[in-house]
Each structure stands twice: as C-alpha cells, then as structure tokens.
Design a protein around this ligand. Structure first.
Ligand code: GMT
Length: 376
C-alpha cells in the first residue's frame, strides 16, 4: 500500500506511536510518506520505504499566527497526488484529521485517498472537547473512513463526549519487544550501587503531575536511598525543580531532558513512576513493562488497561501522595516481588501489545477501508 502519515513530530506518545507504526509498515513493504512540521523525533535511520516531507508554513506580517493547518493540508494534497497515496493515517485529530479532509477535497476524484484517524487522548479529552474545537473535531471524525482509539477508555470517552454516528475501533498501542528489553544498561553511570533508581518520563505538561513525582520521591527518601531520574522536558519542569528545592531533595534528582533512545536508560530503573491526572493509554508504562521494570501509576483512564494493579505494578488514586509513596517503598524494598512484577509486565506486553499483532490489526483495518466504495 502507499500510505501517508501525519503526526506531531515532537517527543509525545502520539508521534512516537505514529513513527513506530510507519517503520513497522515500511518493514512489511508498504511505502510510507510522513508529512510533518519537522522530521519525527524517533525517525532516525534510513529506510528505503520511508519518505519524510516537511511542511513549510509561509508567514507574513499580517498574520498573528501563521496558518500552519492550511500549509499542512496543501502539503498532504501535493504528496498524495505526486505519490498516488491510497490511504492517509492522521494521528491526533487536531489539526491532522481536518487537514487531511481538506486535502482530500482539494484533490481530483481519482486521487482521493481513504482516511483513518487515530485518537490519542488529549485530542479528545482536553483539546477536542473544548468549545473552540468541538465541532471541527466531531466533523473530522465523522468524515474519516475509520476512527480508532488507543484504549477502550478513550473509545468510550469519545462516544460519550461526541455521540458519533459511527463506531470507533480500539487498537491498542504497541512496541517493538526486540528494542525494549531488560538488558544492556549502564546503571553505574546514573546512581551508586546502594541507591535505587526511580524514573519519570514525560513531556512535563500539567496533566503529568510532575510535582507529585517530587513529593512522593521525598517520602521515598525517608526510607530508601534513591535517585530520581526525570526524562523529558516541558512547561512543568521549573515547578518540579521548585518543589524539589523547597523539599531539599534537588541534589538527588537528575534531569536528562529530551532523550530519544529511551530503551537504553529505561532498564536501569528499579521503578517507573507516572502519577498522571489521566492517560488515555500510557506508552511509558508499556515501555517500562517491556523492560521488566515495575510501574507505579494512577488508576486513571486507559492506563488501567495497560498496568495490572498488583501484578505488573501498582495503581493509586490521583494525588494520593501517601499511598503512592507506600507502594513505591514496597516495590523498592522487596526485590523478589519487584522482579516478579517486572517479569509479568513483559509477559503482558508480549501477550497483548506486541508489534506484530497490533500492526496486523492496522493492516486489516486499512484493507477494509480501502475496500469501501468511493462516495459518488
Ligand atoms: O501525554 C501527552 O501529552 C502526549 C500525548 C500525545 O498525543 O502525544 O499522549 C497521548 O498519546 C499517547 C500515545 O497514544 C498515550 O500513550 C498517552 O496516554 C496520551 N496522553 C494522554 O492521554 C494524557
């Protein structure tokens, strides 16, 4: 198949998933054309079946905001026409699905592609449900040939919020189990032997509750010598550093910033901690589980479909600092329990979130969509 993909290229889960899906599809022989504002974060290596097209949004003194969405729609139409794209896959509804629809409408009927839109979470829960975007988000989903959501929770949220006149298919996120393993890490470079390593990975947006990470860490330190490794960057980074200073734990925290080769450092962790307000899925917990690292997270949204409470980690109520600290200490002081949790985590990923099985589901969906008649 000749497939176009649009995603946010920055270090967010939706862009990562879109990139990994594109690579996996290219490995299966499909021609993949990424159209993005810059080359996607995790698209690093040459692949003969992958083509990356960047959008140039012309600016002009009259514009307070350069109209990126119009430039994106134009680029999608250009690429679709030039490379005879059969199917476009928009990751994250806003603005990608709407831009693809506009592009499709601009094309001659013989060039019109089929459109699959994948919802990743905040495109529905935070942005799409805002009155300023509600109508276009609903329209974009209803005008797509198929809509997928990355968890049953997000699927239900979408139906509850938007009352769509069409089904949403749940297709879980996946990862490459060959890439994410429990081996090959350089633990000594991050912490001393007697210290436990707690890791948090995110884009440091308010929804991630990074200050909870620091507050819980402070309580952990009262019982267990440890280092906190903060991976990623974003608007809440300064708040986290501020709370750390207030609590007197700054010297126990390392901020690594944006780090694309997450699989190289994840296996160093004794615990991965993600206390989000909500997560539609939780790619980081999935990556941690694949590396046999126990996860402490919040029982919020789709994360409950990824982490099995008591089996592959623990789930606590959002904001319950004491409960989270108690669970963390339990994991960090019981190495055998932690090891068993890690092992069960990887087994769970193999069973339910393996790349081969999930990419099969996307391919099957693409085939069904391509078999749909073109509208008159
Ligand atoms: O979490 C973010 O802010 C990034 C966001 C994105 O779209 O890049 O992540 C969402 O998509 C990921 C991939 O499907 C999911 O694993 C995350 O749970 C989801 N984030 C939220 O729902 C907050």
């Amino acid at each position: 198949m000749r497939i176009g993909i649009t995603c946010h290229p920055t270090a967010g889960g939706s862009g990562i998933l879109a990139t990994e899906l594109g690579i996996a599809l290219a490995d299966r022989g499909h021609a993949i054309h990424f159209v993005t504002s810059e080359s996607p974060f995790r698209l690093k290596d040459f692949h003969p079946n992958i083509f990356s097209h960047n959008v140039d949004a012309q600016t002009y003194p009259l514009f307070r905001h350069p109209p990126y969405s119009l430039a994106l729609a134009t680029k999608i139409a250009d690429v679709a026409e030039e490379f005879d794209i059969q199917l476009w896959h928009a990751h994250y509804a806003i603005p990608h699905a709407a831009c693809a629809i506009l592009a499709r409408d601009m094309l001659a009927p013989r060039n019109r592609f089929k459109l699959v839109t994948t919802l990743h979470g905040t495109d529905i829960t935070l942005v799409g449900s805002d009155p300023s975007f509600f109508r276009i988000t609903k329209f974009s989903m209803e005008s797509s040939d198929a809509v997928t959501a990355v968890s049953n929770w997000l699927n239900q949220e979408t139906q509850r919020e938007f009352q769509l006149a069409k089904p949403v298919h749940t297709i879980y996120n996946f990862l490459d189990l060959k890439k994410f393993t429990n081996g090959g890490h350089e633990r000594c470079q991050i912490a001393h032997d007697e210290e436990k390593i707690i890791m948090h990975i995110s884009n440091f947006r308010p929804v991630k509750r990074v200050t909870d990470v620091v507050r819980v860490f402070k309580k952990i330190l009262e019982r267990v010598p440890a280092k906190l490794i903060m991976v990623g960057d974003g608007p809440e980074r300064l708040s986290a550093a501020g709370v750390a200073k207030q609590l007197g734990v700054s010297d126990r925290i390392k901020y690594l910033g944006s780090y694309p080769d997450i699989e190289r450092i994840l296996p160093c962790a004794d615990l991965v901690f993600q206390p989000s307000e909500h997560e539609s899925f939780g790619l980081v917990p999935l990556e941690a589980m694949a590396c046999e690292v126990p996860v402490l997270a919040t029982a919020s949204g789709g994360i409950c479909e990824v982490v099995e409470d008591g089996m592959t980690g623990y789930l606590c109520e959002v904001g319950d600092i004491d409960a989270m600290a108690a669970r963390a200490i339990e994991i960090l002081t019981q190495p055998e329990t932690a090891k068993a949790m890690g092992r069960r985590g990887r087994e769970r990923v193999i069973r339910s979130f393996s790349q081969d099985a999930i990419v099969d589901q996307y391919e099957a969906l693409y085939r069904n969509v391509l078999a749909l008649p073109n509208p008159a």
